[in-house]
Design a protein around this ligand. Sequence first.
Ligand code: GLU
Length: 284
Amino acid sequence: MAAYRGRLAPTPTGLMHVGHARTFALAARRTEAAGGSLIMRIEDLDGSRCRPEFSEAALEDLHWLGLNWQEGPDAGGPHAPYVQSRRLPWFAEVWRRLHASGTIYPCDKSRKDVERALSAPHAEDDAEPIFPASLRPASDAGRDAFDPGSTNWRFRVPDGKVIGFMDAIRGAQRFTAGTDFGDFLVWRKDGMPAYELAVVADDHAMGVTEVVRGADLLLSTARQLLLFEALGWPPPAWAHAPLVTDLFGRRLAKRASGLSIRELRDRGFSPADVLSADLSQLSP
Ligand code: GLU
C-alpha cells in the first residue's frame, strides 16, 4: 500500500476560523497516526477574494496551533507550501485531458438562466441549484475546442449514476448524479480552473492518499469521484470532519461570527483550547 500522504488546503479569503483549524488539526493527527507525510497547499485561485496576507496569517496560525507539514514546495525550502495560482499550466493540462475524455462542455448559462429553468426556487440560499439537464447543449458541443477560451465549462454528470464511497468518519455514503447534484463547473470564464478540477488535479499530482476536510464538502467528493474516474486516476480515501456549530446548532462559518484563531488568541485561549474546548457559548 502507498505511504500515507495527507494535505492541508486552506483558502486565504479571510482569517482562519476555528472550524477550519480543527479540521486541519484532525488531518495532521491522522497523518501522524499513519506515520505519513503532510503537505500544505494554498488554494488561492479566486483572485478577487484571496489575499497573500491571509495565506501568511493561516500558516502562522497553524504553526501557533502546533501543526507541522513536512513537505510542500514547488519552490523554496522543504516547508514552503504549494500555491495553486502558480500551477495554472498543470490545470490547463487537466482541462485538456477532460476535454479529450468527452465529458465536459462549454456553457454560457448564467445563474439566472438556471434559476429560470428550474420550476421551484431551491431550498437553501447557499446551496448551488442543480443545473437542469434541459440547459445542456448537444452532446458534441465544444469538441473542436483547443483551449477553454473565455467561457465556463461543465462536467456532464451521468444522470442516475449512484456514487458510493466509504468515509473514515461517517461510514458509507451514497449520492446520485443528476438528483443530488447536476453538471458542475470545471473551468471558469475568467480563465481559471474551478475548485473541483483544481482539487482533483492537485490531490492526484501530489499523491494524496487521504483527503480530510469538512463535511460541507461531501457533495464535492461525489463530484470529484466522477472526475477521478473520467481522468482514469485512482481516488484517495476520504474523511469528512463534523462542522463546528454554535449554541443554536448553526454552523460557525467565517462569515457568521468572529471566531478566528487570531481573535481567540487575543482573548487568551491556548492552542489546546482552540482545538478542543467547547466554544459554543462564546459570543462573537
Ligand atoms: N480549500 C478548501 C477550504 O478551505 C478545502 C478544499 C478541500 O479540502 O478539498 O475550504
